[in-house]
Design a protein around this ligand. Structure first.
Ligand code: ADP
Ligand code: MG
Length: 230
């Protein structure tokens, strides 16, 4: 599903170059549930953004579903993102002037799906995340956990190959974190590949494989016994 070989990434910070990723090697197969940990500034988001085709590597290999991700035009990058990837962020990134249903349906708008079909599918996904009764509510009328559920429904609606989540529970209390991780476990149990960046060991323990970044390389990469949430 995802092949990364000797991947490097630096940022130009004016005077000096900041070498953030110094040779990352990582293979992730279909249906995996992987957490990426590491101290603040260790390059977790940088790696996730490269995987998500939101940022470009400097060198090395990155293949997504057999396709080499290399020197893409912005149009092609957007096409691959919309075809292969679903994103979940710490800050939810919902559109404030659109209701829950419209937020979930939005990715289908960019895929030219007719409006009636968009709304029908958005309603199905709102149901899957337990928010069928909240379809016409605006983001500012929803709790943090509900907003993240809307974001998860939005990420799923295009049936992406991989869900990428950057600190999805970072803004949530522990009970809500539990509920969101339980939902992600359900989604993974239905076959979806998920990669989640987190600094919370509890969250990592609820995935199936834990990768730790340190000093620009992968310090450890371990298949773990998943703590299953009931
Ligand atoms: P993490 O998500 O693990 O906290 P990041 O990947 O966000 O780490 O950042 C890794 C390092 O790269 C940090 O030192 C950060 O300041 C730096 N960095 C991230 N993005 C940029 C950028 N666009 N320009 C310059 N430096 C950046
Ligand atoms: Mg980060």
């Amino acid at each position: 599903m995802l092949v990364i070989k000797d991947l490097h990434k630096s940022y130009d910070t004016g005077k000096s170059k900041l070498h953030v990723l110094k040779g990352i090697n990582l293979n992730i197969g279909e249906g995996e549930f992987v957490s990426i940990m590491g101290s603040s500034g260790s390059g977790k988001s940088t790696l996730l953004n490269i995987i998500g085709i939101l940022d470009e590597k400097d060198s090395g290999i990155y293949e997504l579903d057999g396709i080499a991700i290399e020197h893409l035009s912005e149009i092609r990058a957007a096409e691959y993102r919309s075809k292969f990837l679903g994103f979940i962020f710490q800050s939810f990134n919902l559109i404030g002037y659109k209701n829950a249903l419209e937020n979930v349906a939005l990715p289908l708008y960019y895929q030219d799906v007719p409006r009636k079909e968009r709304n029908k599918r958005a309603m199905d996904y709102l149901e899957k995340v337990g928010l069928a009764d909240w379809a016409t509510h605006m983001p500012n009328e929803l709790s943090g956990g509900q907003k993240q559920r809307v974001a998860i429904a939005r990420a799923l609606i295009t049936d992406p190959k991989v869900i990428l989540a950057d600190e999805p529970t970072g803004a949530l209390d522990s009970k809500t974190t539990y509920d969101i991780m339980k939902l992600l476990q359900e989604i993974n149990n239905n076959g979806k590949t998920i990669i989640v960046v987190t600094h919370e060991p509890d969250v990592a323990a609820e995935t199936k494989r834990n990768v730790v970044l340190r000093d620009g390389i992968i310090e450890s990469d371990t298949f773990i016994t998943q703590r299953v949430l009931a």
